[in-house]
Ligand binder design. Structure first.
Ligand SMILES: [Zn+2]
Length: 94
C-alpha cells in the first residue's frame, strides 16, 4: 500500500498515477521494478550456485567412487534450488 506524494491519498499498488490529482507515481513503480530485478538476480544466482555445486559434488563422487546418496543430495541441493526458484517465481508475479 502506498500513498500519493502530492495529495497523500491512499493508492493501489498497481495504479501508476493518482486518480485524485493525477500525480504520476514514478518513484514507487521504479522502486518496484528495482526490487524485482534484485529478486531475479538473487534467485538466478542461488540456482546457478546450486547447480554448479551439484556438478562439482557429482564429479567428486565419480572420482572417489562414492555411493551416491540421493536423499542427502536432494536435501543439500533441492532445498536451495527450490528456494531460488521460489524467489524468481515470486518476482515474476509482482
Ligand atoms: Zn494525489
Amino acid at each position: 500500500m502506498s500513498f500519493c506524494q502530492n495529495c497523500g491519498k491512499e493508492l493501489q499498488d498497481d495504479w501508476l498515477n493518482c486518480p485524485y490529482c493525477n500525480q504520476i507515481e514514478s518513484s514507487s513503480s521504479n522502486r518496484k521494478e528495482f526490487s524485482k530485478k534484485i529478486s531475479y538476480g538473487l534467485g538466478f544466482t542461488i540456482i546457478a550456485i546450486t547447480l554448479l555445486q551439484f556438478i562439482l559434488v557429482a564429479r567428486d563422487m565419480e572420482l572417489y567412487h562414492l555411493k551416491r546418496d540421493w536423499g542427502v543430495i536432494l536435501f543439500l541441493f533441492g532445498l536451495p534450488f527450490s528456494f531460488g526458484l521460489a524467489i524468481v517465481l515470486n518476482a515474476n508475479m509482482k
